[in-house]
Ligand binder design. Sequence first.
Ligand SMILES: [Zn+2]
Ligand SMILES: [Zn+2]
Length: 354
Amino acid sequence: MADENYRTTLTYDAADEYRPEPPPAPEIPAWKDGSIRIGIHTSISGDITRALDIAAGLGANALQIFSSSPRMWDRGTARISEADAERFRLRRKELALGPLVIHSNYLINLASPNPVLRARSVQAFHQEIVRAMALGADFLVLHPGSALGAHPESAIAAVGQGLRQAARGVKLGELQILLENTAGQGSSLGSKFGELKAILNAIPELPVGVCIDTAHLLASGSDIRTDAGLDGTLREIERVIGLERVAVVHVNDSKTPLGSRVDRHEHIGKGKIGIDAFRRILNHRLLAHCAFVLETPIDKPGDDRRNVAALWKLVGRVVKATGSRDGMRPRRKRARPAAAKVRRGRVRRKSRGK
Ligand SMILES: [Zn+2]
Ligand SMILES: [Zn+2]
């Protein structure tokens, strides 16, 4: 009997088994709740974290920013301190904004046949990746570049190789690079879906998808103004690239007509695409997984707020801009940074190519 008791006390009990703490389940950010995401490109001038408050204040629940000056080569000076990056990440979490899209510098041309410009582009895009990761961005948008006389095929290969070089030694984690379709100005790559797909094919090992800009679609000859035209365009993207690889739609009306190959953004409903087309785009089932991000011009104070409100209205929601979440005043001032002023005081920032 005693023997038996003894044995009983030693009976293996699975509950006594040592178990290391299970690894914490990856935290799903609040913004990934499946709701429609409407964002706008906001300014980082002065303080990068302020861009978040601006977006939230405008009624957006997603945003796009530059992570440094978009028209200057940063010579290693555009690093973001870890303290600033952390403040930015925390504030973004508080505001539940997402996705966070970063648009890379316009000067980057990974397709350049000029070895000096190409090397500089690789270096600059590497820095873009580093900053995007520090800020916890979801997507980093890049224009494929311009062949500048090189054969498109070798230019496409150069872009693939440039992306590989720029990403070397970096664990991209959740960050996805998005190649943006272009209006087809000059020798720019990416106005044809086949060119975007060829670049994707060249770098199967990298997390790369596509960003589709509506103004660029129209300018490059896709007639998205009609129901049938939009369906045809989306079917072609599906066939050539696969719509699951399209993560972000840049929602811009176009000042220039179908096939113009000229990239000029216009307010939603005020350009050649028109409000009915945007209603179909925002509610299209084939684009339901995409985030919609505005890059519309700011000609008058309040244009940004009106464009955000216009998109919400198209999806049947009334979202009022508060502009006071952070106790800040309405964003009139931000529409007129001194550097963006041009002759006659007109603000043309963001009305041009993105
Ligand atoms: Zn553009
Ligand atoms: Zn764009």
